[in-house]
Write a protein that binds this ligand. Structure first.
Ligand code: BTN
Length: 253
């Protein structure tokens, strides 16, 4: 019913009317051994989660709330690469469907006109030296025409940005196709080609930023991303810092 053009991604699908969180259900399925490419998608989430313990607004029938299970043979340290890969897939899908070239803010916020249109949450099930599963949660604002007041100034949707409404299954199909293509490229050729694509969409590199991590804030210039997907930041004293996970604020020049 999704009209899939993929080989594996999205063939095993749990299509739900309402769940607390597709991410939670996907975690459970991955634990039980669900195959790579298993997709959980819902019309509505009653307890959608974002990064850093935030909640994710997931009203009925307007957005795409989905989680997909990947099983790459990589050590956990390389997992940030997959986060960036997913952001590129989302950006490519949006570009194909809307003709708008979105921006990616490290690690994986997808923005149009500076407002967030997609949030991505990548979580691991891993042994110390091997990833068992990566649970990739994608929340895309598609047909919303307004947002609750607390996020109205920072969130947007494809409908708001284009003045059109979209058939969501078509977007899911395009997104899975881009994701599978990039993932195959990653498995065969490694991270470098993905990194180049990511840099093409990036609005972070070269900017003056504040990176808020669990251990405090780092202020400086974002020099680039490393081969493992971390962000390289130079502080004013000339020191180089590698940021694994953070919230980034881009300073206006
Ligand atoms: C973020 O930007 O903080 C990430 C948001 C991720 C939201 C998606 S919606 C589908 C999946 N299920 C969840 O509970 N969260 C992710």
């Amino acid at each position: 019913q999704l009209g899939l053009k993929t080989k594996r991604f999205g063939w095993n699908v749990y299509d739900q009317e309402s769940v607390p969180s597709t991410q939670q259900l996907a975690h459970q399925l991955a634990h039980e051994g669900a195959e790579e490419g298993t997709l959980v998608i819902a019309e509505e989430q009653t307890a959608g989660r974002g990064r850093l313990n935030r909640s994710w607004h997931s009203p009925k029938g307007t957005g795409i709330w989905m989680s997909i299970i990947l099983r790459p043979s990589v050590p956990p340290q390389q997992a940030p690469q997959l986060t960036l890969l997913v952001a590129v897939a989302v950006a490519q899908a949006i570009q194909e469907v809307t003709n708008i070239v979105p921006d990616i803010k490290w690690p994986n916020d997808v923005l149009i006109n500076g407002k967030k249109v997609v949030g991505i949450l990548t979580e691991l099930q891993a042994d110390p030296d091997q990833v068992r599963a990566v649970i990739v949660g994608i929340g895309m604002n598609v047909n919303q025409t307004q947002f609750p007041s607390d996020i109205a100034s920072t969130a947007t949707s494809l409908a708001i940005e284009t003045g059109r409404t979209f058939h969501r299954p078509k977007i899911v199909q395009t997104l899975l196709q881009k994701l599978e293509q990039l993932y195959e490229q990653y498995v065969q050729h490694g991270f470098l080609p993905i990194k180049l694509l990511w840099e093409g969409y990036s609005v972070t590199i070269g900017q003056q930023i504040v990176a808020r991590t669990l251990n405090g804030a780092i202020r400086g210039v974002a020099l680039g991303i490393t081969d493992s997907g971390t962000l390289k930041v130079q502080t004013e004293d000339g020191g180089i810092h590698y940021v694994y996970s953070a919230d980034i604020e881009i300073k206006k020049q």
